[in-house]
Design a protein around this ligand. Structure first.
Ligand code: NAP
Length: 497
């Protein structure tokens, strides 16, 4: 039985496109990238809220093999990321392999046919030798079940479903949530709405954003002398690496960096917010680094505006025209903006039902046996499956470091499999267990376990209190391991394990 495709890739964001590029390089050209949305770009297609911009400098937040000399700012706005994604899809001939509006219900390994059977909503099935899921980390929007939300008569907008046609002028708006999205959005909504109340449950550390336009001559230099942009990338990536390794992973040894960053954020707050009570409310009581830090020069200032109010009492329920807090206070609104983020741990690992050999259900197995994946990419009993958004896969601060390490891992793994004349691979239980032990040990000195994160409510932690998202080593190590992992960590051939 021959599968219809070499590979099915789920997700047409930067991760899925990187996987597609690597499949082409491996000669596995007959693949399809299925995408539930109506266009490519993942996060950068879905998120269109005002103020959206990247929070990793653009020289680094891009494929190293496809630099874009024309970023308009150090931190490019979201629309430029979307255009960059389109450019990559066209240049690497990915678009014709993409199918939009295609929702995958689930995938099952067919041991007899040595293939994946992928069920598409509506009844269609696709068969493929390999299955790669690139469904993102932050792709399942979360709406808290506020009592009475169904009775709210005004406009509700989740930040992942921004309504470009909705005019905020003259509105009495509420934003619920104060994560990275809200930090970008709050100043923009305040500039338009007549009244804005920001409902904060947990304050967030905010440091100044060193952002500036990239002048034309510099863009032209980057275009003419790619080495110049490479050098800029190296400098920026090294700085981020230092932040990640020292500030997050080696907190026990080098906590002075975190303390310094917290002091900087407090000084930033003092310089920007006049009212001491508001400042107190905006000051986190958990360590810097427990949550992904945010950058803004305008967020704090917004709370000085007379039409902007910070509400820290917890939300009790919603009524047709108001949010009522636990102290009984009614905030009348006509527009409710949910900056309430994403559900990572209940519905996203994995984002679809995946059944491997011997009927192993990936989601159930992860929940019953700890979240885990060898090198953050493969799982025992799941032959020919690459889970690109796995526990312990996110390496470094820019997602592109993870994507490119995974492309290297694919190269080594498939290269060896082809060399042996095989077309099936599966990671061994031993290799997977060894990797899980290593990351668990290394995480002990990270800010997540050694710092004070109890009140952070950080999505880095799962429902069991484990910080199972970030891979606890330098990106250099991740990239080195992607090209040197022991080849016998996998078995190759039909009925591999
Ligand atoms: P988030 O960090 O998960 O923030 C969600 C917010 O909603 C939190 O403040 C949370 O409060 C609040 N919330 C959730 N449930 C609530 C409830 N029942 N009652 C009251 N408040 C509730 O989500 P996000 O802001 O969308 O950011 C997610 C990630 O996306 C970021 O960390 C970042 O990695 C990425 N991002 C990147 C950029 C960029 O610049 N490239 C921009 C935006 C986002 P608690 O903290 O109390 O739970």
């Amino acid at each position: 039985m021959t599968p219809r495709y070499d590979a099915v890739v789920v997700g047409a964001g930067f991760g899925g496109m990187g996987a597609g590029i690597q499949l082409d390089r491996l000669g596995l050209r007959d693949f399809v990238i299925v995408e539930r949305e109506d266009d490519l770009g993942g996060t950068w297609h879905v998120n269109r809220y005002p103020g959206l911009a990247v929070d990793i400098a653009s020289v680094t937040y891009s494929y190293s093999f496809e630099p874009n000399p024309h970023w308009s700012r150090l931190f490019a706005p979201g629309a430029e990321l979307k255009r960059y994604a389109e450019h990559v899809a066209d240049k690497y001939d990915l678009r014709r392999r993409m199918r939009f509006g295609t929702v995958v219900d689930g995938a099952r390994w067919d041991d007899e046919g040595q293939q994946w059977v992928v069920s598409i909503q509506g009844g269609e099935t696709l068969t493929a030798r390999y299955l790669l899921t690139a469904t993102g980390f932050l792709s399942q929007p979360y709406t808290p079940p506020f009592p009475g939300i169904e009775n709210f008569a005004g406009k509700i907008i989740h930040t992942t479903a921004w309504d470009d046609d909705y005019d905020l002028r003259g509105r009495r708006a509420a934003i619920i949530g104060t994560g990275a999205t809200a930090v970008q959005l709050v100043p923009e909504v305040a500039a338009r709405a007549a009244e804005l109340t920001v409902f904060q449950r947990t304050p967030i550390w905010v440091v100044p954003k060193v952002d500036t336009p990239i002048p034309r001559p510099v863009q032209e230099l980057f275009a003419r002398v790619p080495l110049a942009q490479k050098a800029a990338r190296l400098v920026n990536t090294s700085a981020l690496e230092l932040l990640m390794v020292a500030g997050v992973l080696h907190y026990r040894e080098i906590k002075v960096g975190n303390k310094g960053a917290a002091l900087l954020a407090k000084a930033h707050l003092r310089a920007q917010v006049r009212d001491p009570e508001t400042r107190r409310k905006l000051t986190p009581d958990y360590d810097f680094g427990c949550k992904r830090p945010t950058f803004s020069n305008t967020y704090f200032k917004t709370f000085n505006e007379p039409h902007v109010r910070l509400e820290t009492n917890s939300i009790d329920h919603l009524e047709a025209d108001a949010i009522v807090t636990a102290d009984g206070h009614r905030t009348e609104i006509d527009t409710l903006i949910l900056a309430t983020g994403f559900n990572l741990w209940d519905v996203n690992f994995p984002a679809l039902e995946i059944i491997g050999r011997e009927g192993r259900d990936l989601g159930k197995w992860w929940r019953d046996n700890r979240f885990q994946a060898y090198e953050g990419i493969t799982v025992p009993k799941f032959p020919n499956f690459l889970s690109l958004n796995s526990p312990y896969s996110y390496s470094g601060l820019s997602y592109f470091t993870t994507i490119e390490a995974q492309m290297k891992h694919m190269n080594r793994l498939f290269g060896e499999m082809f060399r042996r004349g095989e077309h099936v691979f599966e990671v061994t239980e031993q290799a997977n267990a060894r990797f899980l032990d290593t990351v668990t040990d290394k995480l002990a000195s990270s800010v997540f376990y050694d710092g004070d994160c109890a009140t952070a409510r950080s999505y880095y932690f799962n429902q069991h209190g484990e910080a199972a998202l970030l891979r606890p080593n330098s990106t250099l190590t991740t990239h080195r391991e992607a090209v040197t992992f022991p080849l016998d960590d996998y078995v190759y051939g039909a009925h591999a394990a």
